[in-house]
Write a protein of this length. Structure first.
Length: 383
């Protein structure tokens, strides 16, 4: 059964590879793209934050109904359909309000399918280790997020322009949807991979440790600057040519892929210290990105990738250990909702702060992320 679980994680990883090749490629250029359409830093920060809010907040609803109806694959396919097709549709956007609406639509599609996908991965993780399952999936996920922006950079170098780059992303979007169909055909009931028997909760709520993890996640999210604002800063300060911005994003995605794989494996072995080290390193990206030149900006993007890899591989893995499988999609959805609300509030605040003081953005970002560390310790003690 462990081999079947591993194969399932790999198949889902390929789905995620094409998905990230699509929407992370778009993410690498939406900041400058919105700027080219006349949007300000406040608009970029608000759009990025509101998109993440919809991408996370809606998960509490979809996660709940996925657990109630058990139609996990229906939520997954519907979500991917919206998630994937909104990206190439950006090629048709001629003004920033329309582009912003499509960015939010893409994030909303992700919200529909994410809790069900995470729940399925947690079932496989009970066989091969939750850290390894989420880490391996994130590695393949970020592999696509690395390749995609490089392709976008090539299109931009060839004078294709932003609209041509978005149009090209229709190819990986369709490949992703095809892989979802294949995954559904070969693994129709992933919940059967769960190693342990279902645990029946007598209490209606979740353990206290779950809520402390949620607070920690909120602080991390609020202090983690979205790449749209980072890319906007790169363009405004002329730190690099526009075509180099996706390459910097690819460097961050390589780091996220490798760090997710390493952190996931180490989490299963060492536990909490891995979480603390990972998020401490990720918190240091802001001074490098916003206060430095070309070299420090590159270092900052590497640290940004460490933080991203830690978020995507560690948070769901530690939650999988405290929530029973029959409530896991709901738990992931609620966690993502509070995470997304914090991301929106933090992104909007950093967009406003950026128009006043770049140093204030740095202080805001670092302080909130480091403030999350004590809550991870408290949550682990209560588990």
């Amino acid at each position: 059964m462990a081999k079947v679980a591993l194969r399932f994680v790999l198949v889902i990883g390929v789905v995620q590879l094409f998905a990230d090749m699509t929407y992370e490629s778009a993410r690498s250029i939406v900041g400058p793209f919105l700027g080219s359409l006349g949007a300000s830093a406040t608009v970029v920060g608000f759009t990025a934050g509101f998109g993440e809010l919809m991408g996370y907040a809606f998960r509490s609803v979809t996660g709940y109904f996925a657990d109630k109806t058990h139609k996990y694959w229906t939520f997954i396919f519907t979500g991917y359909l919206i998630n994937m097709l909104a990206v190439p549709a950006l090629a048709l956007a001629g003004n920033w309000p329309l582009a912003a609406a499509l960015i939010v639509a893409e994030r909303t599609g992700r919200a529909i399918r994410k809790p069900s996908m995470d729940a399925m991965l947690s079932h496989a993780g009970s066989r091969i280790g939750h850290g390894w399952a989420f880490g391996l999936n994130e590695f393949l996920d970020q592999t696509g997020a690395t390749i995609g922006p490089l392709i976008v950079a090539f299109v931009l170098y060839r004078q294709g322009g932003y609209h041509h780059a978005f149009a090209f992303l229709l190819i990986p979007a369709l490949l992703c949807l095809a892989m979802v169909g294949i995954a559904r055909t070969f693994y129709p009931r992933p919940h059967e991979l769960e190693e342990r028997a279902p645990v029946i909760l007598k209490a209606k709520g979740f353990p206290k440790s779950y809520w402390f993890y949620a607070i920690a996640g909120m602080l991390v999210a609020a202090g983690f600057a979205d790449f749209s604002l980072v890319a906007f800063h790169f363009q405004k300060m002329k730190i690099m040519p526009p075509a180099d911005v996706p390459i910097f994003y690819s460097a961050a995605m390589v780091t996220a892929a490798v760090s997710a794989l390493i952190f996931g494996k180490l989490l299963d072995k060492f536990g909490l210290p891995v979480v603390l080290v990972a998020f401490s390193l990720g918190a240091l990206f802001a001074p490098c990105v916003f206060l430095g030149g070309f070299a420090l900006a590159l270092m900052g993007m590497i640290l940004w990738g460490v933080g991203m890899g830690a978020q995507d591989s560690l948070l769901k893995a530690i939650l999988s250990r405290v929530i029973p499988r029959e409530k896991r999609s709901t738990a992931f959805g609620i966690f993502d909702t509070v995470f997304g609300i914090a991301w929106f509030a933090g992104s909007a605040a950093m967009g406003l702060l950026y128009d006043q003081s770049v140093l204030a953005v740095v202080i805001f970002s670092v302080s909130l992320q480091l403030a999350a560390l004590p809550f991870f310790i408290i949550a682990r003690a209560r588990t």
